[in-house]
Design a protein around this ligand. Structure first.
Ligand SMILES: [Zn+2]
Length: 319
């Protein structure tokens, strides 16, 4: 943190409530990350007191269980704790979550995660997708020059029933290049501040592009793409300015316009995926979340991973 930002941050400390001061103190004292996150979760429930089962407020504390306060709802008679309703509810071995979060941050394979946390491979796999389920990018706006481009990821259909082709060894090549039922399109868009969004597309059509881009594009943005014919009607439908580069004719840069940032994001995503070979189509979205959580921000702390996994905070955006 630069000195000016640090001074601003110090000034804001004055506004902390006594409870927030206590929490911050524990954090600064180097409290283990899981307890810090559970503190955050508990604090959220303590303030809201809304029942996760029936949404009525006014829950009361009735003792503790598994290291968490147990809340009782007078309206529906059910009990809950700070994790109820989050993807981390009912996962066991809480004492290993911080290590698992560190392992996610490192981009470990299932095998390595399982060894680090001393759990079965199947557990590490389940945890990974549970931890990634609540990870969101938050409310994002892409502003100014926005590069958008799709890339294709080779996905296996392992574990799916009714395989309509011969089984292929994992990590292999698709029989056809380009768009086939195994090359899944992934749209990535990035502005010049480095803010990035991505999404798995059913197909690269103007309508599907619009569903992803419309909510995140600032109305004043300038969309830059390659010559793919789906972008002009999409930009027109959104009322967004659009420039396309004729890359097949060798046009890579025109003044300030290029799509090199988004293409380097593609490369990083593919490099990240290479370690996890044989990705099933249904998990591709989960890997994208992981990319936004741990690869783009470069090694977030286990606490940042846990707060994202618990759905408390969106992932941090950075260049
Ligand atoms: Zn209730």
């Amino acid at each position: 943190m630069d000195y000016q930002a640090y001074l601003t941050w110090l000034n804001e400390i004055d506004d902390l409530s006594p409870e927030q001061r206590l929490e911050t103190g524990r954090l600064l004292a180097g409290q283990p990350s899981l307890e810090a996150v559970i503190d955050l979760l508990e604090a959220r429930v303590r303030t809201m007191r809304a029942c996760p089962h029936c949404t009525v407020g006014g829950m009361v504390i009735r003792g503790r269980a598994n290291g968490l306060s147990r809340y009782y709802c007078k309206s529906c008679g059910k009990t809950s704790n700070a994790l109820t309703g989050t993807p981390l509810a009912r996962l066991r071995h809480k004492d290993r979550w911080a290590e698992f979060a560190a392992s996610l941050s490192d981009g470990d394979t299932v095998k390595i995660s399982a060894e680090r946390c001393a759990v079965a491979g199947s557990t590490a796999f389940r945890w990974r997708h549970r931890f990634l389920r609540a990870v969101t990018a938050g409310a994002i706006k892409l502003r100014g020059i926005v590069e958008a481009d799709e890339t294709f990821v080779l996905c296996s259909r392992k574990g799916e029933r009714n395989l309509d082709r011969k089984a292929r060894k994992r990590g292999g090549k698709a029989p056809k290049r380009g768009l086939s039922d195994e090359q899944i399109p992934v749209l990535v868009a990035v502005d010049r501040s480095g803010t990035t969004i991505s999404a798995v597309l059913p197909t690269v059509s103007a309508a599907h592009l619009q569903v992803v881009l419309q909510p995140v594009l600032d109305p004043d943005a300038l969309l830059v793409t390659d010559g793919c014919t789906s972008y002009p009607p999409c930009a027109a439908a959104m009322g967004i300015s659009h420039e396309s580069l004729n890359q097949t004719a060798g046009e890579r840069v025109r003044g300030e316009l290029h799509i090199q940032t988004v293409n380097s994001r593609h490369e990083r995503f593919k490099t990240f995926l290479r370690r996890h070979r044989g990705i099933a189509t249904k998990y591709l979205d989960s890997y994208l979340r992981w990319f936004h959580l741990a690869v783009l921000p470069r090694h977030p702390t286990p606490r940042a991973v846990l707060t994202a996994a618990a759905g408390i905070l969106p992932v941090r955006q950075c260049a």
